[in-house]
Design a binder for this molecule. Structure first.
Ligand code: GDP
Length: 445
Protein backbone atom coordinates (compact mmCIF):
# COMPACT_ATOMS: atom_id res chain seq x y z
CA UNK A 1 0.00 0.00 0.00
CA UNK A 2 1.06 3.58 -0.66
CA UNK A 3 4.06 2.21 -2.51
CA UNK A 4 4.51 4.86 -5.10
CA UNK A 5 3.69 7.71 -2.74
CA UNK A 6 6.19 6.31 -0.31
CA UNK A 7 8.85 6.05 -3.03
CA UNK A 8 8.27 9.58 -4.21
CA UNK A 9 8.45 11.08 -0.75
CA UNK A 10 11.56 9.19 0.26
CA UNK A 11 13.23 10.20 -3.02
CA UNK A 12 12.37 13.82 -2.30
CA UNK A 13 13.97 13.64 1.11
CA UNK A 14 17.12 12.12 -0.32
CA UNK A 15 17.81 15.42 -2.03
CA UNK A 16 17.83 17.15 1.31
CA UNK A 17 20.29 14.80 2.86
CA UNK A 18 23.61 16.31 3.72
CA UNK A 19 22.46 19.88 3.34
CA UNK A 20 23.76 21.95 6.22
CA UNK A 21 21.13 24.63 5.80
CA UNK A 22 17.90 24.80 3.91
CA UNK A 23 17.23 27.91 1.90
CA UNK A 24 13.71 29.01 1.10
CA UNK A 25 14.33 27.73 -2.41
CA UNK A 26 15.23 24.27 -1.05
CA UNK A 27 12.05 24.19 0.98
CA UNK A 28 9.95 25.29 -1.96
CA UNK A 29 11.49 22.68 -4.24
CA UNK A 30 10.71 20.03 -1.66
CA UNK A 31 7.16 21.26 -1.20
CA UNK A 32 6.62 21.17 -4.97
CA UNK A 33 7.75 17.54 -5.06
CA UNK A 34 5.54 16.61 -2.12
CA UNK A 35 2.62 18.33 -3.76
CA UNK A 36 3.12 16.43 -7.02
CA UNK A 37 3.52 13.14 -5.20
CA UNK A 38 0.28 13.68 -3.29
CA UNK A 39 -1.68 14.72 -6.36
CA UNK A 40 -0.41 11.68 -8.24
CA UNK A 41 -1.54 9.56 -5.33
CA UNK A 42 -5.06 10.95 -5.84
CA UNK A 43 -5.18 12.98 -2.68
CA UNK A 44 -7.93 15.59 -2.93
CA UNK A 45 -6.68 19.04 -3.92
CA UNK A 46 -7.95 20.98 -0.87
CA UNK A 47 -6.21 18.45 1.36
CA UNK A 48 -2.96 18.79 -0.61
CA UNK A 49 -3.10 22.56 -0.39
CA UNK A 50 -3.70 22.65 3.33
CA UNK A 51 -1.10 19.98 3.97
CA UNK A 52 1.71 21.52 1.95
CA UNK A 53 0.85 24.97 3.26
CA UNK A 54 1.36 23.83 6.83
CA UNK A 55 4.60 22.06 5.98
CA UNK A 56 6.03 25.10 4.25
CA UNK A 57 5.17 27.38 7.10
CA UNK A 58 6.69 25.11 9.70
CA UNK A 59 9.78 24.30 7.64
CA UNK A 60 10.58 27.99 7.26
CA UNK A 61 9.72 29.11 10.75
CA UNK A 62 10.64 26.34 13.14
CA UNK A 63 13.94 26.29 14.89
CA UNK A 64 15.94 23.28 13.85
CA UNK A 65 16.21 21.12 16.92
CA UNK A 66 19.74 20.24 17.94
CA UNK A 67 19.37 16.53 17.35
CA UNK A 68 18.26 16.79 13.74
CA UNK A 69 19.85 18.09 10.60
CA UNK A 70 17.68 20.31 8.39
CA UNK A 71 16.70 17.43 6.10
CA UNK A 72 15.63 15.31 9.03
CA UNK A 73 13.73 18.25 10.42
CA UNK A 74 11.67 18.45 7.23
CA UNK A 75 10.99 14.72 7.37
CA UNK A 76 9.84 15.14 10.94
CA UNK A 77 7.48 17.95 10.00
CA UNK A 78 6.05 15.94 7.11
CA UNK A 79 5.65 12.99 9.44
CA UNK A 80 3.81 15.10 12.04
CA UNK A 81 1.52 16.53 9.42
CA UNK A 82 0.83 13.13 7.87
CA UNK A 83 -0.20 11.83 11.27
CA UNK A 84 -2.47 14.85 11.49
CA UNK A 85 -4.30 14.31 8.21
CA UNK A 86 -4.62 10.62 8.95
CA UNK A 87 -6.60 11.56 12.02
CA UNK A 88 -4.03 12.21 14.73
CA UNK A 89 -4.47 9.79 17.59
CA UNK A 90 -5.51 6.18 17.26
CA UNK A 91 -9.24 5.95 17.68
CA UNK A 92 -10.35 2.69 19.27
CA UNK A 93 -13.80 1.14 19.15
CA UNK A 94 -16.35 2.51 21.59
CA UNK A 95 -17.94 -0.29 23.52
CA UNK A 96 -21.37 0.16 25.07
CA UNK A 97 -21.50 0.33 28.83
CA UNK A 98 -24.35 -2.15 28.66
CA UNK A 99 -23.83 -4.83 26.02
CA UNK A 100 -24.43 -5.55 23.30
CA UNK A 101 -22.29 -3.00 21.54
CA UNK A 102 -23.85 -2.36 18.16
CA UNK A 103 -21.61 -1.70 15.16
CA UNK A 104 -23.30 -0.83 11.90
CA UNK A 105 -21.52 -0.98 8.55
CA UNK A 106 -22.37 1.32 5.68
CA UNK A 107 -20.90 1.95 2.26
CA UNK A 108 -21.31 1.39 -1.45
CA UNK A 109 -21.87 -2.07 -2.88
CA UNK A 110 -18.53 -3.77 -3.39
CA UNK A 111 -16.80 -1.53 -0.87
CA UNK A 112 -15.94 -4.56 1.21
CA UNK A 113 -18.57 -4.40 3.97
CA UNK A 114 -19.42 -8.08 4.14
CA UNK A 115 -15.78 -9.11 4.05
CA UNK A 116 -15.07 -6.56 6.74
CA UNK A 117 -17.93 -7.85 8.89
CA UNK A 118 -16.16 -11.21 8.98
CA UNK A 119 -12.74 -9.73 9.67
CA UNK A 120 -14.10 -7.55 12.43
CA UNK A 121 -15.81 -10.55 14.03
CA UNK A 122 -12.63 -12.61 13.71
CA UNK A 123 -10.58 -9.85 15.30
CA UNK A 124 -13.12 -9.20 18.07
CA UNK A 125 -13.06 -12.90 18.91
CA UNK A 126 -9.29 -12.79 19.23
CA UNK A 127 -9.80 -9.91 21.67
CA UNK A 128 -12.11 -12.05 23.78
CA UNK A 129 -15.54 -10.91 22.55
CA UNK A 130 -18.56 -12.91 21.40
CA UNK A 131 -19.65 -11.13 18.24
CA UNK A 132 -22.78 -11.84 16.23
CA UNK A 133 -23.15 -10.91 12.58
CA UNK A 134 -26.46 -9.60 11.29
CA UNK A 135 -27.54 -9.84 7.67
CA UNK A 136 -29.46 -6.64 7.08
CA UNK A 137 -28.47 -6.53 3.44
CA UNK A 138 -31.57 -8.05 1.91
CA UNK A 139 -31.20 -6.22 -1.37
CA UNK A 140 -28.67 -8.35 -3.09
CA UNK A 141 -29.96 -11.91 -3.58
CA UNK A 142 -26.73 -13.48 -2.51
CA UNK A 143 -25.79 -11.16 0.34
CA UNK A 144 -27.21 -13.27 3.18
CA UNK A 145 -25.50 -16.33 1.84
CA UNK A 146 -22.22 -14.45 1.50
CA UNK A 147 -22.41 -13.24 5.09
CA UNK A 148 -23.05 -16.80 6.21
CA UNK A 149 -19.91 -17.97 4.44
CA UNK A 150 -17.92 -15.13 5.93
CA UNK A 151 -19.36 -15.90 9.37
CA UNK A 152 -18.28 -19.48 9.07
CA UNK A 153 -14.76 -18.46 8.15
CA UNK A 154 -14.65 -16.10 11.09
CA UNK A 155 -16.20 -18.66 13.41
CA UNK A 156 -19.00 -16.25 14.26
CA UNK A 157 -22.77 -16.71 14.56
CA UNK A 158 -24.88 -15.07 11.85
CA UNK A 159 -28.38 -13.80 12.43
CA UNK A 160 -30.43 -13.75 9.22
CA UNK A 161 -34.09 -13.87 8.29
CA UNK A 162 -35.49 -17.37 7.81
CA UNK A 163 -35.16 -18.43 4.19
CA UNK A 164 -38.49 -18.38 2.40
CA UNK A 165 -39.76 -15.38 4.30
CA UNK A 166 -39.65 -13.33 1.14
CA UNK A 167 -37.43 -10.31 0.84
CA UNK A 168 -37.84 -9.35 4.49
CA UNK A 169 -37.51 -6.04 6.15
CA UNK A 170 -33.90 -5.15 6.95
CA UNK A 171 -34.96 -2.72 9.67
CA UNK A 172 -36.98 -5.41 11.40
CA UNK A 173 -34.14 -7.91 11.06
CA UNK A 174 -31.69 -5.46 12.58
CA UNK A 175 -34.04 -4.60 15.43
CA UNK A 176 -34.79 -8.24 16.22
CA UNK A 177 -31.13 -9.12 16.13
CA UNK A 178 -30.39 -6.95 19.16
CA UNK A 179 -32.85 -8.91 21.30
CA UNK A 180 -31.45 -12.19 20.03
CA UNK A 181 -27.93 -11.03 20.82
CA UNK A 182 -29.00 -10.13 24.37
CA UNK A 183 -30.64 -13.47 24.97
CA UNK A 184 -27.68 -15.39 23.55
CA UNK A 185 -25.15 -13.26 25.39
CA UNK A 186 -23.37 -11.85 22.39
CA UNK A 187 -21.61 -8.71 23.52
CA UNK A 188 -21.07 -7.22 20.06
CA UNK A 189 -23.51 -7.07 17.16
CA UNK A 190 -22.20 -6.24 13.69
CA UNK A 191 -24.93 -5.14 11.30
CA UNK A 192 -24.13 -5.50 7.60
CA UNK A 193 -26.30 -3.21 5.47
CA UNK A 194 -27.10 -3.00 1.77
CA UNK A 195 -25.03 -0.96 -0.61
CA UNK A 196 -25.69 0.31 -4.11
CA UNK A 197 -23.34 0.81 -6.95
CA UNK A 198 -23.80 4.55 -6.70
CA UNK A 199 -25.06 6.91 -4.05
CA UNK A 200 -28.86 6.94 -4.05
CA UNK A 201 -31.59 8.36 -1.88
CA UNK A 202 -33.35 5.11 -1.11
CA UNK A 203 -30.13 3.44 0.02
CA UNK A 204 -29.29 6.36 2.27
CA UNK A 205 -32.79 6.38 3.73
CA UNK A 206 -32.67 2.66 4.48
CA UNK A 207 -29.30 2.97 6.17
CA UNK A 208 -30.51 5.98 8.14
CA UNK A 209 -33.63 4.04 9.21
CA UNK A 210 -31.57 1.09 10.38
CA UNK A 211 -29.41 3.50 12.26
CA UNK A 212 -32.38 5.03 14.08
CA UNK A 213 -33.79 1.58 14.81
CA UNK A 214 -30.71 0.03 16.37
CA UNK A 215 -29.02 3.13 17.78
CA UNK A 216 -25.50 1.87 17.09
CA UNK A 217 -22.47 2.66 19.22
CA UNK A 218 -20.41 2.89 16.06
CA UNK A 219 -21.33 3.42 12.43
CA UNK A 220 -18.39 2.45 10.27
CA UNK A 221 -18.25 3.77 6.77
CA UNK A 222 -16.37 1.29 4.61
CA UNK A 223 -14.61 2.70 1.59
CA UNK A 224 -12.66 1.02 -1.16
CA UNK A 225 -9.26 2.72 -1.10
CA UNK A 226 -8.91 2.11 -4.83
CA UNK A 227 -11.70 4.43 -5.90
CA UNK A 228 -9.35 7.42 -5.87
CA UNK A 229 -10.78 10.89 -6.23
CA UNK A 230 -14.38 9.67 -5.86
CA UNK A 231 -13.65 8.75 -2.27
CA UNK A 232 -14.21 12.26 -0.98
CA UNK A 233 -17.55 12.69 -2.76
CA UNK A 234 -18.80 9.31 -1.57
CA UNK A 235 -17.67 9.92 1.99
CA UNK A 236 -19.37 13.30 2.09
CA UNK A 237 -22.61 11.80 0.77
CA UNK A 238 -22.61 9.12 3.48
CA UNK A 239 -21.73 11.64 6.15
CA UNK A 240 -24.72 13.64 5.06
CA UNK A 241 -27.13 10.78 4.51
CA UNK A 242 -26.34 8.35 7.30
CA UNK A 243 -23.63 10.01 9.35
CA UNK A 244 -20.87 7.78 10.65
CA UNK A 245 -18.48 7.65 13.56
CA UNK A 246 -15.47 6.13 11.85
CA UNK A 247 -13.96 5.09 8.53
CA UNK A 248 -12.65 1.73 7.39
CA UNK A 249 -10.34 1.68 4.40
CA UNK A 250 -10.66 -1.54 2.46
CA UNK A 251 -8.48 -3.01 -0.29
CA UNK A 252 -5.42 -1.16 0.91
CA UNK A 253 -3.45 -4.16 -0.35
CA UNK A 254 -4.40 -3.42 -3.93
CA UNK A 255 -2.59 -1.16 -6.26
CA UNK A 256 -4.12 1.67 -4.36
CA UNK A 257 -2.46 5.02 -4.61
CA UNK A 258 -3.63 5.86 -1.14
CA UNK A 259 -5.35 9.14 -1.92
CA UNK A 260 -8.59 8.03 -0.32
CA UNK A 261 -6.81 7.32 2.92
CA UNK A 262 -5.15 10.67 2.96
CA UNK A 263 -8.26 12.63 2.09
CA UNK A 264 -11.20 11.06 3.86
CA UNK A 265 -10.25 11.64 7.48
CA UNK A 266 -9.32 15.26 6.83
CA UNK A 267 -12.36 16.06 4.73
CA UNK A 268 -14.97 14.38 6.93
CA UNK A 269 -13.32 14.99 10.26
CA UNK A 270 -13.97 11.32 11.12
CA UNK A 271 -11.17 9.01 12.17
CA UNK A 272 -9.96 6.05 10.16
CA UNK A 273 -10.35 3.13 12.53
CA UNK A 274 -9.46 0.00 10.59
CA UNK A 275 -7.69 -1.06 7.44
CA UNK A 276 -8.63 -4.09 5.40
CA UNK A 277 -5.72 -5.40 3.42
CA UNK A 278 -6.67 -8.57 1.59
CA UNK A 279 -9.09 -11.41 1.11
CA UNK A 280 -8.17 -13.48 4.14
CA UNK A 281 -9.70 -13.02 7.60
CA UNK A 282 -6.32 -11.99 8.99
CA UNK A 283 -5.80 -9.19 6.49
CA UNK A 284 -7.14 -6.62 8.87
CA UNK A 285 -5.60 -4.18 11.25
CA UNK A 286 -6.45 -1.41 13.61
CA UNK A 287 -5.50 1.87 12.03
CA UNK A 288 -2.86 3.91 13.81
CA UNK A 289 -2.21 7.26 12.10
CA UNK A 290 1.32 7.51 13.50
CA UNK A 291 2.32 4.03 12.36
CA UNK A 292 0.77 4.57 8.95
CA UNK A 293 2.72 7.80 8.54
CA UNK A 294 5.88 5.89 9.43
CA UNK A 295 5.07 3.30 6.81
CA UNK A 296 4.44 5.93 4.16
CA UNK A 297 7.77 7.57 4.96
CA UNK A 298 9.44 4.16 4.91
CA UNK A 299 10.25 4.22 8.59
CA UNK A 300 8.63 0.84 9.04
CA UNK A 301 5.85 -0.25 11.35
CA UNK A 302 7.51 -2.31 13.99
CA UNK A 303 4.70 -1.83 16.51
CA UNK A 304 2.14 -3.57 14.31
CA UNK A 305 4.58 -6.38 13.63
CA UNK A 306 5.15 -6.89 17.33
CA UNK A 307 1.44 -6.92 18.08
CA UNK A 308 0.77 -9.45 15.38
CA UNK A 309 3.60 -11.55 16.70
CA UNK A 310 2.22 -11.40 20.22
CA UNK A 311 -1.08 -12.75 19.03
CA UNK A 312 0.31 -15.56 16.96
CA UNK A 313 3.32 -16.83 18.81
CA UNK A 314 3.08 -19.31 21.61
CA UNK A 315 4.02 -17.31 24.66
CA UNK A 316 5.72 -20.19 26.44
CA UNK A 317 7.76 -21.14 23.41
CA UNK A 318 8.82 -17.55 22.85
CA UNK A 319 9.78 -17.17 26.50
CA UNK A 320 11.83 -20.35 26.27
CA UNK A 321 13.61 -19.09 23.20
CA UNK A 322 14.27 -15.74 24.82
CA UNK A 323 15.86 -17.40 27.82
CA UNK A 324 17.91 -19.60 25.58
CA UNK A 325 19.21 -16.69 23.56
CA UNK A 326 19.83 -14.57 26.63
CA UNK A 327 21.83 -17.30 28.26
CA UNK A 328 24.07 -17.25 25.22
CA UNK A 329 22.92 -20.62 23.95
CA UNK A 330 22.51 -20.94 20.19
CA UNK A 331 19.01 -21.26 18.84
CA UNK A 332 18.72 -24.34 16.69
CA UNK A 333 16.55 -25.59 13.87
CA UNK A 334 13.96 -26.98 16.29
CA UNK A 335 13.45 -23.46 17.60
CA UNK A 336 13.42 -22.30 14.03
CA UNK A 337 10.51 -24.64 13.24
CA UNK A 338 8.51 -23.35 16.20
CA UNK A 339 9.10 -19.75 15.18
CA UNK A 340 8.22 -20.57 11.62
CA UNK A 341 4.84 -21.93 12.70
CA UNK A 342 4.18 -18.65 14.50
CA UNK A 343 5.31 -16.64 11.49
CA UNK A 344 3.00 -18.57 9.22
CA UNK A 345 0.10 -17.87 11.52
CA UNK A 346 0.83 -14.16 11.23
CA UNK A 347 -0.14 -14.32 7.58
CA UNK A 348 1.62 -13.10 4.50
CA UNK A 349 5.39 -12.92 4.74
CA UNK A 350 5.45 -10.29 2.05
CA UNK A 351 3.22 -8.03 4.12
CA UNK A 352 5.32 -8.52 7.21
CA UNK A 353 8.55 -7.77 5.41
CA UNK A 354 6.92 -4.65 4.00
CA UNK A 355 6.53 -3.32 7.53
CA UNK A 356 10.27 -3.32 8.17
CA UNK A 357 12.00 0.06 8.01
CA UNK A 358 13.87 0.87 4.83
CA UNK A 359 12.10 -1.80 2.80
CA UNK A 360 11.14 0.49 -0.04
CA UNK A 361 14.57 0.02 -1.60
CA UNK A 362 13.89 -3.73 -1.76
CA UNK A 363 10.50 -3.22 -3.31
CA UNK A 364 11.24 -5.27 -6.38
CA UNK A 365 12.57 -8.24 -4.46
CA UNK A 366 9.57 -7.96 -2.21
CA UNK A 367 7.17 -7.95 -5.16
CA UNK A 368 8.86 -11.08 -6.45
CA UNK A 369 8.84 -12.77 -3.08
CA UNK A 370 7.25 -16.17 -3.39
CA UNK A 371 5.16 -17.07 -0.33
CA UNK A 372 5.69 -20.73 -1.12
CA UNK A 373 9.35 -20.26 -0.29
CA UNK A 374 8.33 -20.42 3.36
CA UNK A 375 6.78 -23.84 2.80
CA UNK A 376 9.84 -25.02 0.92
CA UNK A 377 12.11 -24.00 3.76
CA UNK A 378 9.82 -25.69 6.23
CA UNK A 379 9.80 -28.88 4.18
CA UNK A 380 13.60 -28.99 4.30
CA UNK A 381 13.74 -28.51 8.06
CA UNK A 382 11.00 -31.09 8.58
CA UNK A 383 12.98 -33.63 6.60
CA UNK A 384 15.76 -33.46 9.19
CA UNK A 385 15.86 -35.66 12.24
CA UNK A 386 15.44 -33.90 15.63
CA UNK A 387 19.11 -34.57 16.26
CA UNK A 388 20.13 -32.90 13.01
CA UNK A 389 17.95 -29.95 13.89
CA UNK A 390 19.53 -29.46 17.26
CA UNK A 391 23.05 -30.01 16.00
CA UNK A 392 23.25 -28.90 12.35
CA UNK A 393 27.03 -29.40 12.35
CA UNK A 394 26.49 -33.12 11.74
CA UNK A 395 24.89 -32.41 8.38
CA UNK A 396 27.38 -34.06 6.04
CA UNK A 397 26.96 -34.68 2.33
CA UNK A 398 24.94 -37.85 2.56
CA UNK A 399 22.61 -36.46 5.20
CA UNK A 400 22.05 -33.39 3.04
CA UNK A 401 21.28 -35.56 0.03
CA UNK A 402 18.73 -37.53 2.07
CA UNK A 403 17.11 -34.33 3.35
CA UNK A 404 16.92 -32.86 -0.16
CA UNK A 405 15.24 -36.01 -1.41
CA UNK A 406 12.80 -36.01 1.51
CA UNK A 407 11.85 -32.39 0.90
CA UNK A 408 11.60 -32.85 -2.85
CA UNK A 409 14.35 -30.35 -3.52
CA UNK A 410 18.04 -30.12 -4.41
CA UNK A 411 21.13 -30.35 -2.24
CA UNK A 412 21.95 -26.79 -3.34
CA UNK A 413 18.71 -25.58 -1.78
CA UNK A 414 19.58 -27.38 1.46
CA UNK A 415 23.06 -25.88 1.41
CA UNK A 416 21.69 -22.41 0.82
CA UNK A 417 19.30 -22.73 3.69
CA UNK A 418 22.02 -23.96 6.03
CA UNK A 419 24.24 -21.09 5.02
CA UNK A 420 21.52 -18.58 5.75
CA UNK A 421 20.75 -20.29 9.01
CA UNK A 422 24.38 -20.12 10.12
CA UNK A 423 24.43 -16.43 9.24
CA UNK A 424 21.27 -15.80 11.20
CA UNK A 425 22.72 -17.67 14.13
CA UNK A 426 25.80 -15.50 14.03
CA UNK A 427 23.67 -12.42 13.89
CA UNK A 428 21.67 -13.53 16.94
CA UNK A 429 24.89 -14.15 18.76
CA UNK A 430 26.29 -10.70 18.06
CA UNK A 431 22.98 -9.12 19.05
CA UNK A 432 22.67 -10.90 22.35
CA UNK A 433 26.30 -10.84 23.30
CA UNK A 434 26.74 -7.14 22.79
CA UNK A 435 27.46 -5.24 19.62
CA UNK A 436 23.88 -4.15 18.92
CA UNK A 437 21.99 -4.57 15.68
CA UNK A 438 24.34 -5.70 12.95
CA UNK A 439 21.74 -4.77 10.31
CA UNK A 440 19.63 -6.92 8.08
CA UNK A 441 21.18 -10.15 6.95
CA UNK A 442 22.12 -10.13 3.28
CA UNK A 443 19.72 -11.07 0.45
CA UNK A 444 18.57 -14.42 -0.76
CA UNK A 445 14.94 -15.60 -1.26
P1 GDP B 1 -19.82 -5.34 0.01
O1 GDP B 1 -20.67 -5.31 -1.21
O2 GDP B 1 -19.52 -3.95 0.51
O3 GDP B 1 -20.35 -6.23 1.08
O4 GDP B 1 -18.40 -5.88 -0.45
P2 GDP B 1 -17.77 -7.34 -0.32
O5 GDP B 1 -17.37 -7.60 1.08
O6 GDP B 1 -18.68 -8.31 -0.97
O7 GDP B 1 -16.44 -7.17 -1.16
C1 GDP B 1 -16.44 -6.94 -2.56
C2 GDP B 1 -15.24 -7.62 -3.17
O8 GDP B 1 -14.04 -7.06 -2.69
C3 GDP B 1 -15.16 -9.10 -2.85
O9 GDP B 1 -14.73 -9.76 -4.00
C4 GDP B 1 -14.11 -9.17 -1.76
O10 GDP B 1 -13.44 -10.41 -1.76
C5 GDP B 1 -13.19 -8.05 -2.13
N1 GDP B 1 -12.53 -7.47 -0.96
C6 GDP B 1 -13.06 -7.03 0.20
N2 GDP B 1 -12.14 -6.52 1.03
C7 GDP B 1 -10.95 -6.64 0.38
C8 GDP B 1 -9.58 -6.27 0.71
O11 GDP B 1 -9.25 -5.74 1.77
N3 GDP B 1 -8.63 -6.57 -0.22
C9 GDP B 1 -8.96 -7.14 -1.41
N4 GDP B 1 -7.96 -7.38 -2.25
N5 GDP B 1 -10.19 -7.48 -1.75
C10 GDP B 1 -11.19 -7.24 -0.87
Amino acid sequence: MFNSLSDRLTATFKNLRGKGRLSEADVDATIREIRRALLDADVALPVVRAFTGRIRERALSEEVSGALNPGQQVVKIVNDELVGILGGQTRRLNFAKRPPTVIMLAGLQGAGKTTLAGKLAHWLKSEGHRPMLVAADLQRPNAVNQLQIVGERAGAVVYAPEPGNGVGDPIQVATDSIEVAKSKLHDVVIVDTAGRLGIDEELMQQAADIRSAVNPDEVLFVIDAMIGQDAVKTAEAFLDGVDFTGVVLSKLDGDSRGGAALSVAEVTGKPIMFASTGESMKDFEQFHPDRMADRILDMGDIMTLIEQAEKNFDEKETEKLKKKVESGEDFDLNDFLTQMAGLKKMGSMKKMLGMMPGMSQYKEQLANFDEREVDRVEAIVRSMTPQERSDPKILNGSRRARIAKGAGTTVTAVNQLMERFTQAQKMMRSMTRGGGMPGMPGGGG
